[in-house]
Design a protein around this ligand. Sequence first.
Ligand SMILES: *[C@@H]1O[C@H](CO)[C@@H](O)[C@H](O)[C@H]1NC(C)=O
Ligand SMILES: *[C@@H]1O[C@H](CO)[C@@H](O)[C@H](O)[C@H]1NC(C)=O
Ligand SMILES: *[C@@H]1O[C@H](CO)[C@@H](O)[C@H](O)[C@H]1NC(C)=O
Ligand SMILES: *[C@@H]1O[C@H](CO)[C@@H](O)[C@H](O)[C@H]1NC(C)=O
Ligand SMILES: *[C@@H]1O[C@H](CO)[C@@H](O)[C@H](O)[C@H]1NC(C)=O
Length: 691
Amino acid sequence: PLRLDIKRKLTARSDRVKSVDLHPTEPWMLASLYNGSVCVWNHETQVNKHTQFQFDVEYLHHGDKQLKAKRIYDMLIKLWDWEKKWSCSQVFEGHTHYVMQIVINPKDNNQFASASLDRTIKVWQLGSSSPNFTLEGHEKGVNCIDYYSGGDKPYLISGADDRLVKIWDYQNKTCVQTLEGHAQNVSCVSFHPELPIIITGSEDGTVRIWHSSTYRLESTLNYGMERVWCVCGLRGSNNVALGYDEGSIIIKLGREEPAMSMDTSGKIIWAKHSEVQQANLKAMGDTEIKDGERLPLAVKDMGSCEIYPQTIQHNPNGRFVVVCGDGEYIIYTAMALRNKSFGSAQEFVWAHDSSEYAIRESNSVVKIFKNFKEKKSFKPDFGAEGIYGGFLLGVRSVNGLAFYDWENTELIRRIEIQPKHIFWSDSGELVCIATEDSFFILRYLSEKVAASQENNEGVTEDGIEDAFEVCGEIQEVVKTGLWVGDCFIYTSSVNRLNYFVGGEIVTIAHLDRTMYLLGYIPKDDRLYLGDKELNIVSYSLLVSVLEYQTAVMRRDFGMADKVLPTIPKEQRTRVAHFLEKQGFKQQALAVSSDSEHRFELALQLGELKIAYQLAVEAESEQKWKQLAELAISKCQFSLAQECLHHAQDYGGLLLLATASGNAAMVGKLAEGAERDGKNNVAFMTYFLQGK
Ligand SMILES: *[C@@H]1O[C@H](CO)[C@@H](O)[C@H](O)[C@H]1NC(C)=O
Ligand SMILES: *[C@@H]1O[C@H](CO)[C@@H](O)[C@H](O)[C@H]1NC(C)=O
Ligand SMILES: *[C@@H]1O[C@H](CO)[C@@H](O)[C@H](O)[C@H]1NC(C)=O
Ligand SMILES: *[C@@H]1O[C@H](CO)[C@@H](O)[C@H](O)[C@H]1NC(C)=O
Ligand SMILES: *[C@@H]1O[C@H](CO)[C@@H](O)[C@H](O)[C@H]1NC(C)=O
């Protein structure tokens, strides 16, 4: 299926609408009503306020009455020459009943077609008053027609009171297809100028959307506005206007997710309708890039695709791209878009190994290919409702998820979960399984798997028990994701760009719209994302930070120390907080460049010297108090005394002096307290000395 996403953008109530049109550049819809008014609606402001052209109403009414007197419709078609003061320059005669609609052939402006209640369609040439030919086949009056504007097919479409829609080849003059489904007279038909769809409207109140190549019914829309009278699509736009008995509606047709993919070198391939285009990040040169700003990419056309692409995906090494749609897939070379292999499939996934892939042929059969040759076809135990590529081959069924070995399709592990997406890290050690409402990070224990396979221990009907270890579950909905080292970067359902590492979530950015992760280029220290309108933006994310965090997660402090010098000073504190959360306080203290953070860490670690140094620099009473407490707990009384002095903590000094039985200290404290007006302490100290 096309998986078109249909959204209602505007509902405009009015008298009966007989014709609608969309402005080519402004967000306006024009509707002409049966009562003689013409309305313009702005569909972007969403305010259902309409401008009404009052000036013509009287005239239109007058005209309407005259037309009524002439029974509105006519059997003749007339050509009016506006250069000659609208004189009638030609009459086309031939229909034996009213003519309902004419359309000019977009590929030949001298040719037009007419639909008539005499059950025929006639095709005419300007200059010849009799029809060039007639298409017969409908059993009742024909209400509407349209030409196909794409270059590849000489097609006309018609809709009639026999409730049928017919597609005609006007070169060999045969009906190539009949679309059945409408329950009443068909009142309007349209080939969409860009999307591979046919839109039909009927007096049964529904608008139907059909695939223009397979002729499959894709959707039936019923907005409860009574009979449908007109439909209008626009080139370069996903908006379609519909006119009804009770008003007009604009719907937006499109896909939720753009078909787009980036390889590891920064070449991005996407599909704009059926056209495949390429942009190269490298070609931007040294253009300064700001976070979240649209990148000024030069776009190169690569040609059109034989199927309407729903997804595009590079293989791991970037040499090939697979395009999927309409139950078909085609593998192209990424450079020149030359087809390498193709076939039918419900789904296609690449393996971790660039030469391998799998297709889901049906709900029960999965096939694995290597070097474009079928290697194995198998029927997973509980069926196959979805497949997932990567390190292991994932198969979803009603029973949950099963991971298989690509090599021999042996079951590795069955997990009771209904995944939406699965993302494997490059090393194959970590995997994210994202579901409807959360995501899990699992560690794949390949050594245990190998051991179990060897000695057959710990193997149940659900596979190898110790194959995975759960590292965490996070209550967030992942839309798109990717791994860099052991850091999982993702976009969430609330439009956050986050990354997850070691149990911690770091927010990189709040996005203002839905964006899809394309990839990460370590050399640029940047993350790239695309949106539905095929805009590409990027966000800075330092590879050194990610590498450092990955090294820490792997307890590889040798590596971490090597990476540290490459982390800019301003990022050090963030890294230190990460270390602290992982329980590496000593390392955090060494890395942090924030004195507050360092002081906290020094206290926690009992590092008196460092804490003292920081307290001296900070000159903060609070710090001296904290340090005094630590010093006391460590029986460092002279240090405690100094700290309490700095903190002007007389109560604390009194306690320290009396508890240690230090008469000299009590004496000194008495004088100091009196001088500073701390009368309670002064009294107590004098009293204790018997003074
Ligand atoms: C025609 O219909 C429109 C919208 O329903 C209304 O605003 C307008 O007044 C009507 N015009 C006449 C002449 O009845
Ligand atoms: C129809 O039009 C074509 C192109 O102008 C012309 O060659 C052909 O003779 C016409 N056929 C008839 C029946 O008029
Ligand atoms: C007319 O052309 C269509 C393709 O456009 C083809 O499917 C059909 O078989 C042709 N019919 C005849 C009678 O040649
Ligand atoms: C369909 O068209 C016929 C004329 O062919 C007409 O009599 C009938 O009322 C129309 N149906 C509806 C629902 O208007
Ligand atoms: C693949 O390419 C060949 C030759 O260029 C062409 O004939 C064929 O139709 C193509 N097939 C697909 C499915 O793209």
